[in-house]
Design a binder for this molecule. Structure first.
Ligand code: FMN
Length: 273
């Protein structure tokens, strides 16, 4: 199958209807074919592949060029097992050939301030934390695309926030850094391929001029049907996407321990004023 067909198939998988022409370019095509990969072959991720991905990460936009993020590459199997336990016993964290832990990093700015004998009290504000989260996410997604362009697969690991202080200790993180999410990286297992997951119709997420949710319910109902089909094909829980989504935000108990994130961040050196 040629690439253009794969790209058109990816659009179809995403929205359940044929793509509008004209066809996208190679990069958009690659982006549309993303799927989270949770099963890996035995092939290691070499340093060169990692270096290209980090170059892609560093090529992302970054707020005021502050580059308020860092990333930790973990390959040690025992450390991976400990991090898997800390992130909800996720098997793919334990089995991935490489785990990248993406950090909000205000510690570097504080060290710079110390070296220059300049105050850095601005890093105590929620704004600086937000800058770090946005920077880390933009960098990580560029890396994800670079890995996918090189034939690898990734899955993000929000479970890394289940026990932030223990993760910080495991990784020797200085005050002012926070492991905002992990990313498992590896070559997809040839016998356990991942499928492209449908998304909401564009009309739900794309508003024009002013926010308008008038047609949302109908489009969400259509998406619920598509997702139930998808889940059934994957032999997973086929309750509607809506009810599963709402269940995840029903209360503090549904946040996998992350309802105490503010306290954890305070303990890790983020005042969040
Ligand atoms: C910030 C973030 C955290 C995530 N955390 C996890 C996780 O802990 N475990 C996991 O298996 N998938 C995790 N995912 C993957 C999502 O479940 C996945 O992206 C979503 O279901 C859409 O599926 P797709 O990536 O295959 O299109 C995470 C994704 C993001 C963006």
């Amino acid at each position: 199958m040629n690439l253009q067909h794969e790209v058109l198939d990816a659009w179809q998988a995403r929205y359940g209807e044929p793509a509008a022409l004209p066809m996208p370019d190679m990069l958009i095509g690659q982006i549309l074919r993303h799927r989270s990969v949770r099963a890996y072959s035995d092939v290691a991720v070499d340093e060169q592949t990692l270096n290209w991905a980090i170059a892609a990460a560093q090529s992302a936009s970054t707020s005021s060029n502050l580059q308020a993020w860092s990333v930790l590459a973990v390959r040690d199997r025992e450390r991976l097992a400990r991090l898997a336990r800390l992130s909800g016993n996720q098997r793919h964290v334990e089995q991935a050939p490489l785990l990248l832990v993406w950090l909000v990093d205000l510690s570097r700015l504080r060290r710079l301030g110390q070296a220059l004998r300049a105050p850095t009290a601005g890093t105590d504000y929620l704004e600086s934390y937000t800058v770090g989260v946005v920077d880390a996410a933009l960098a990580a997604q560029n890396a994800a695309l670079a890995f996918e362009a090189q034939g690898l697969g990734i899955v993000y690991i929000g479970g890394m926030r289940n026990h932030p202080e223990a993760v910080a200790e495991e990784l020797n993180l200085p005050s002012g850094t926070f492991a905002v999410f992990g990313m498992c990286v590896g070559y997809p297992h040839p016998e356990q391929p991942a499928e492209i997951k449908p998304r909401l119709a564009q009309s739900v997420v794309l508003h024009r001029e002013r926010y308008d949710a008038a047609a949302e319910a109908e489009a969400v109902a259509a998406y619920d049907l598509k997702m139930s089909d998808f889940q059934r094909r994957q032999q997973r829980d086929d309750r509607s996407w809506s009810s599963q989504a709402v269940e995840q935000v029903q209360g503090p108990d549904s946040l996998s321990g992350r309802h105490r994130l503010r306290d954890a961040l305070n303990a890790l050196g983020f005042a969040l004023r």
